[in-house]
Design a protein around this ligand. Structure first.
Ligand SMILES: NC(=O)c1ccc[n+]([C@@H]2O[C@H](COP(=O)([O-])OP(=O)(O)OC[C@H]3O[C@@H](n4cnc5c(N)ncnc54)[C@H](OP(=O)(O)O)[C@@H]3O)[C@@H](O)[C@H]2O)c1
Length: 318
């Protein structure tokens, strides 16, 4: 089967690899569209740095049609349309997945749109849930124009919450406004003395850039607000004023999906199925695709992933 592979020099290629057979509790899925995520770019970088992950196929999500069942797999039948998470191997035309990490694809969702959903919407929903957002509260999404960010703002709006989105491109802010989100740029460093327009108004921050925004996130918080750090791009050391944090009785939450145990991942997938799939079915939220590349153009797709200004998900077509 065809899969995206890396070499030690960072070259990305579409290669022929042996098709893995589904093991106990697993199914094989035929895939036409696969989402690329930042974690795949980190995988590629680790390979160039000499990690032992060279043989592993990247890709942490899947959407497609069940084509074979492993021993004891009984949740799905051959022909079912499913989407969900995988530990690795997602950037391939045939993917083996743990059946508990899959959800039925809504009838109205095309395979291409569905491929843009799992990692972004499960991460976003999980972060918002850990922040304890309720409909009467305000959500701030920092880094709102990427795959996870656009999912998070839409989940917040579909819940009925007030949503503020921060991103660095004009096009991103225009898109956010079309999604009924209050959109702002990041506060430039030279204006760091100026208060944020939404100072003390936010209950939950979903931070998708990193430590650079910690002070602004704390300033945005109202009393008892929660900052959920999902990303650690750039400098990884957080600095903010402890007195302000204490006075606001703030909470700092760190989260990662990929390195959780299976049961915790299943819980995140089940919560997504219960809360977010109905939003997708009702059209209250929709996956946003930035660009789709032919799988043979995977190298260009990885270059594009690293380019600022894309809005939403990057997909490969097999
Ligand atoms: N913890 C987890 O389980 C988990 C799961 C999924 C994702 N993540 C992390 O969450 C982050 C977002 O993921 P994604 O899938 O949404 O990625 P994505 O689609 O590539 O989007 C990245 C977003 O970050 C913005 N950004 C990047 N560097 C920035 C900077 N220096 N200043 C301001 N904005 C910046 C981008 O804005 P521009 O368009 O302007 O470049 C874009 O909006 C990534 O760091 C990813 O690793 C974590």
């Amino acid at each position: 089967v065809k899969a995206v592979t890396f070499d030690r020099h960072g070259a990305v290629a579409l290669s022929e690899v042996a098709a893995a057979a589904p093991g106990a509790g697993e199914v094989a899925i035929d895939v036409r569209f696969a989402g690329i995520n930042p974690t795949d770019t980190y995988h590629r970088r680790r390979v160039t740095e000499g990690s032992d992950e060279l043989e592993r196929i990247a890709g942490v999500e899947v959407a497609g049609i069940v084509s074979a069942l492993g021993p004891g797999a009984n949740r799905w039948s051959v022909g079912d349309r499913v989407f969900g998470l995988v530990h690795d191997g997602g950037l391939a035309e045939r993917v083996v997945a743990t059946e508990r990490l899959l959800v039925a694809m809504p009838d109205g969702l095309a395979e291409r749109a569905a491929a843009a959903v799992p990692e972004a919407f499960i991460t976003a929903h999980d972060g918002i849930s850990q922040g304890g957002l309720t409909p009467d509260q305000t959500l701030l999404v920092s880094g709102a124009s990427g795959g996870v960010g656009l999912a998070a703002v839409q989940i917040g709006r579909a819940m009925g919450s007030r949503v503020i989105g921060v991103c660095r491109s004009d096009a991103g802010r225009q898109l956010l406004r079309r999604l009924d989100v209050e959109a702002f740029g990041f506060r430039p460093v030279e204006r760091s003395g100026e208060p944020l327009p939404y100072r003390d108004e936010v209950d939950v921050v979903v931070e998708l850039v990193g430590a650079v925004n910690a002070r602004a996130d704390l300033e945005a918080l109202r009393a008892r607000g929660r900052m959920v750090f999902i990303a650690a791009q750039g400098n990884e050391d957080i600095t903010f004023n402890l007195r302000e944090f204490k006075t606001k009785r703030g909470m700092l939450i760190g989260s990662t999906l990929r390195r959780r145990g299976l049961d915790a991942k299943v819980a995140a997938v089940e919560a997504f199925a219960a809360d977010v799939v109905p939003m997708l079915e009702a059209g209250a939220a929709h996956p946003i695709e930035s660009r789709t590349f032919a799988a043979s153009e995977a190298a260009a797709a990885f270059e594009f992933m690293a380019t600022p200004g894309k809005l939403g998900k990057v997909l490969l077509e097999f």
